[in-house]
Design a protein around this ligand. Structure first.
Ligand code: ADP
Ligand code: MG
Length: 730
C-alpha cells in the first residue's frame, strides 16, 4: 500500500476544482445578518428592553431579571425565525480556543407537554460542567463549578455549522466565587477601568467627554496547506507545526509570494470565510499574501476592543471550519515551518472618546495637541514601567519560536515613535523647565502645533522591526502571536495605561493644588515622564545584534523563553498593579500564572511525544529500509566481483545512515528520560523550566539527523509530505 504521503499527493492531483460557496450578494446585504444587534434588536424587543440593553452595553450596568426575560423572548423569536434550535453560552477559556455547550430550546413541562423555552435565567447564567477547564487551583475539584455569565456588551450571534444553527451568547467564565477563569472577564474589567481613568484625564482638556473606549484592529497572519497533505503529518495534525522536515530548495528567498497573486484555491477559501465572517458582523477589509510561501493575512476595520477580541476568536474558528470545506487546513500556529517566516497578529490599539476624538491622533488645534501628547506620552511611560508584563502577555510555547528570530520583533520590548514625534518630545523635554511661564507654554504649544501635521505624512517611514510602534494615529503591538487570544495583551495594555493615567492625574492635580496653571502642570509632568521613560524608546533596527547589546546596557530585559517571561505576572509590582486597578486579585494572578505554565508544559510535552514517535515510527523504518536496499546492493556488487572502489559510495551511505539512525535513537531515548524527570517535578514553574531547558533542546538534535536522512533516503520511501509539497502544492 502506498504510504499516506503518496495517497495525499495522489488525491491532490485528482482533486476537482473546489468552488466557493461565495454568493454575489453585496457585503452590505449580508453584513451582520446572523447577529442580534441594531435592527434585529429594535424589531424583536420592546422599547423598554431595547433601551435597557443598549444602555447596559454602553455602561456595563447589570440588566434586571425582568428585562432579561424580555430580551430572551425576543432573542429566541429572532433566532427561531432563522432556523435555530439550540443555544450556547459561548466563552473563551484560558486554553486558547473557544468553548460551547449546546442546549436545546426544547424542554418538557411538568404536565409532560413539550415546549420550546428560553428565559432570562438561561440567557444570564449557565453552569457548564466545567471541571475540565484549567483553573490553576482556584476551583478545587469538590467544588468544580464554573459559571458563564452573559456579556450584554457583545451581541449574540448565530453560528452555522453544516445544517445546524446555534444561538451563541457571548459570556464570561468565572468560578463560583467570581474569580475569573477566562480571557473576557478581566478584559471587561480593564476596559471599564481604562474608561474611567482616561475620562478623568480628558477632563483637563474637554469636559464633554463622558466615555473613552479602547479600540483594537488586529491583523491575522496564517498559513494554508492542503488538508490531505496535512493529515499525513502527525506533527501538523497534533501540534499545528512541523517538528521535522528539511527546508525546500526554494523558500521565501525570491520574495515572489508577497507580491504574487493569491492562488485560486486559497482565494475561493478566503471569499468563503469572509462571507461567513460578514454574516457574523466581522468587518474584514483586507486580504493579501504574506512573505512566506502559502502564508496570508487578513484584517478587519478596528472595533471596540471587547468586540474585536470576540471577532478575532470567532474568525479563527470560522477559518478552521471553512477550510475543511475546501479540503484545506488553515494553520494559525506561530511557526508551522522552520526556515520561513512565522505568523503574528499585530494588535493596533488606540483610544476613542464619545465625542469622536481618537486620543492617539495628533490634534487639529494647539489645545487638542496637548491632549494627544498627554495620551501619547502616558502610553510610552506605561510601556516603559511595565515592559516585562507586556512581554509576559505575549509569551507562549508557540511564540517562543518567533520572537527574536529576525522575522518578528525581538523579545525585547521597545517603543518606536518616528522622527517627528521624537523631535516633539525632545522639545518638550528641553523647553519645559522648572521656571516655565504661561508665555513659554503658549509658544511651545504653537511650535508643537506646527510640527504635528508632519506626523501623518511620516506614516510611510515605518519601522517594521519594532515590537510596539506608533503608526500615526495608534500604537501597533506587533509581537502578539498568531494563535493567541488578543485578550491577554489587551488586558495588560489597558491596565498599565489605566495605572499610568491615574498616577498622572494625581501628580498633575498636586501641582494644580499648589497653584500651578493646569496646562503648565500637565506639561511639567509630561516632561518628567519623557525623561523617565527614555530607555524604552528605540528607532533603529530591532533585529540587529547591536540592539540586543544596547538594550542590555540600558537595562531592558530580553526574556527569550516563556517560563522566564511569565514570571512578570507574579512579581509584587504586577500583583499590586492588577489589584490596585481592580483587574485581578493576587490569587487570580497566581492561578493564571500556573495555568499558563501548565499550558506551556503540555504543549512541549505533546511535541516531545510526537517528535519521538515520528522519529521512531516513521523516520527510522524508512531509513532502515533504504539502508537494507543499499546493503543488498553492496553485497551483490561484491558477489559479482567488484572491489571496494566499485561500491564505495553505497557503503559510505550505509555508514552515514547508521550514524544518523544511532543519533536519533539515542537522543529519543535520553529525551524520554528527561521528560520523565521533568514530570516528577511538582512545582509547575520548575517543571516548565525543565521542559524548556532539558527536554526541548533534544528537538533540534533529533530534527537535525532526521532532516539529513530526508536528503539521503529514496523519495519513494519517505513517509512524510515534504516541505516543498506542503508549501507549494495546492
Ligand atoms: P495600514 O497599516 O495597512 O496602512 P491602517 O493604518 O489603516 O492600514 O490600519 C492597519 C490596522 O490598524 C487595521 O487593522 C485597522 O483596523 C487598524 N486601525 C486603524 N485605526 C485604528 C484605531 N484608531 N484603533 C485601533 N486600530 C486601528
Ligand atoms: Mg502585517
Amino acid at each position: 500500500m502506498a504510504n499516506l504521503r503518496f495517497q495525499a499527493l495522489q488525491s491532490l492531483q485528482n482533486e476537482e476544482k473546489i468552488v466557493s460557496g461565495y454568493s454575489e450578494k453585496k457585503i452590505t446585504t449580508m453584513f451582520g445578518s446572523n447577529v442580534f444587534t441594531g435592527r434585529a434588536m429594535r424589531e424583536s424587543l420592546s422599547d423598554e428592553a431595547y433601551k435597557s440593553l443598549m444602555n447596559s452595553a454602553k455602561s456595563g450596568q447589570r440588566i434586571e431579571r425582568r428585562i432579561a426575560d424580555q430580551v430572551a423572548v425576543g432573542m429566541k423569536a429572532w433566532a427561531e425565525e432563522r432556523g435555530v434550535t439550540h443555544f450556547t453560552h459561548w466563552f473563551q477559556p484560558l486554553t486558547g480556543t473557544t468553548a460551547e455547550k449546546h442546549d436545546s430550546f426544547f424542554t418538557i413541562k411538568s404536565d409532560g407537554s413539550a415546549i420550546e423555552l428560553f428565559d432570562g435565567e438561561a440567557l444570564i447564567q449557565q453552569e457548564p460542567d466545567a471541571s475540565s477547564f484549567p483553573n490553576g487551583g482556584i476551583r478545587a475539584t469538590f467544588e468544580a463549578r464554573g459559571y458563564t455569565a452573559w456579556d450584554p456588551s457583545s451581541p449574540a450571534f448565530i453560528m452555522e455549522a453544516g445544517s445546524g444553527k446555534t444561538l451563541c451568547i457571548p459570556t464570561i467564565f468565572i468560578a463560583y466565587n467570581g474569580e475569573s477563569l477566562d480571557h473576557k472577564a478581566p478584559l471587561l474589567k480593564s476596559i471599564a477601568a481604562l474608561d474611567k481613568a482616561a475620562v478623568d484625564v480628558c477632563h483637563y482638556f474637554d469636559k464633554n467627554v463622558t466615555k473613552v473606549t479602547a479600540t483594537l484592529g488586529w491583523e491575522q497572519e496564517y498559513f494554508v496547506v492542503d488538508e490531505a497533505l496535512a493529515n499525513a503529518r502527525p506533527d501538523l495534525m497534533m501540534c499545528g507545526r512541523t517538528l521535522l522536515g528539511h527546508g525546500p530548495a526554494k523558500g521565501q528567498q525570491l520574495e515572489d509570494h508577497y507580491f504574487g497573486s493569491i492562488p485560486e484555491r486559497v482565494y475561493a477559501f478566503m471569499q468563503d470565510f469572509e462571507q461567513e465572517s460578514y454574516k457574523l458582523g466581522i468587518p474584514l477589509r483586507t486580504r493579501h499574501n504574506e512573505v512566506a510561501p502559502s502564508q496570508f493575512e487578513c484584517a478587519p476595520m478596528f472595533e471596540e476592543v471587547n468586540i474585536a477580541v470576540d471577532h478575532n476568536t470567532l474568525l479563527m474558528d470560522v477559518m478552521t471550519k471553512v477550510a475543511k470545506r475546501h479540503k484545506l487546513k488553515a494553520l494559525m500556529h506561530e511557526k508551522p515551518f522552520a526556515g520561513v517566516n512565522g505568523s503574528g497578529k499585530h494588535n493596533n490599539w488606540s483610544l476613542a472618546t464619545d465625542t469622536g476624538v481618537n486620543l492617539l491622533s495628533p490634534g487639529k488645534t494647539p489645545r487638542t495637541n496637548l491632549m494627544f501628547l498627554t495620551f501619547f506620552v502616558n502610553t510610552i511611560k506605561a510601556v516603559h514601567d511595565h515592559a516585562d508584563l507586556l512581554r509576559g502577555a505575549i509569551a507562549s510555547a508557540n511564540n517562543d519560536h518567533r520572537l527574536g528570530a529576525n522575522e518578528a520583533p525581538p523579545a525585547i520590548i521597545s517603543v518606536y515613535l518616528g522622527k517627528y514625534l521624537t523631535q516633539v518630545l525632545d522639545e518638550v523635554e528641553s523647553r519645559v523647565k522648572e521656571k516655565f511661564t504661561e508665555q513659554d507654554e503658549v509658544i511651545l504649544k504653537l511650535d508643537i502645533h506646527k510640527q504635528l501635521p508632519e506626523v501623518l505624512m511620516d506614516n510611510t517611514d515605518r519601522n517594521r522591526t519594532s515590537p510596539f510602534a506608533f503608526t500615526g494615529n495608534k500604537f501597533e503591538f506587533r509581537a502578539v502571536g498568531s494563535s493567541a487570544n488578543c485578550g491577554s495583551p489587551m488586558v495588560v495594555l489597558n491596565t498599565i495605561m489605566t495605572d499610568t493615567l491615574r498616577k498622572f492625574k494625581k501628580e498633575v492635580d498636586t501641582l494644580i493644588e499648589k497653584g500651578e496653571k493646569k496646562e503648565i502642570a500637565v506639561l511639567q509632568i509630561l516632561r518628567s515622564y519623557i525623561t523617565e521613560s527614555k530607555k524604552i524608546r528605540f528607532e533603529g533596527d530591532n533585529y540587529s545584534a547591536e540592539w540586543a547589546e544596547e538594550a542590555a546596557r540600558r537595562g531592558l530585559n530580553n526574556f527569550k523563553t516563556t517560563p522566564e517571561a511569565l514570571d512578570a505576572y507574579v512579581t509584587d509590582k504586577s500583583k499590586q498593579l492588577f489589584f490596585d486597578n481592580g483587574i485581578f486579585s493576587k490569587r487570580e494572578l497566581e492561578a493564571r500564572h500556573e495555568i499558563m505554565l501548565e499550558d506551556y508544559v503540555k504543549k512541549v510535552q505533546i511535541e516531545a511525544r510526537i517528535i519521538g514517535y515520528l522519529a521512531t515510527n516513521h523516520i527510522l523504518p524508512a531509513a532502515i529500509e533504504y539502508q537494507n536496499t543499499m546493503i543488498t546492493n553492496v553485497k551483490g556488487l561484491k558477489e559479482i566481483g567488484l572491489d571496494e572502489s566499485g561500491y564505495k559510495a553505497q557503503l559510505n551511505l550505509v555508514k552515514v545512515m547508521s550514524n544518523h539512525i544511532q543519533h536519533i535513537n539515542d537522543n529519543v531515548e535520553t529525551m524520554i528520560q528527561a521528560r520523565k524527570d521533568a514530570n516528577n517535578i511538582d512545582d509547575m514553574h520548575h517543571r516548565a523550566l525543565a521542559y524548556c531547558h532539558k527536554v526541548k533542546p533534544y528537538f533540534d538534535t533529533i530534527r537535525y539527523h532526521a532532516d539529513k536522512l530526508e536528503l539521503i533516503v529514496d523519495d519513494k520511501l519517505w513517509p512524510l509530505p515534504k516541505y516543498r509539497e506542503l508549501l507549494f502544492m495546492r
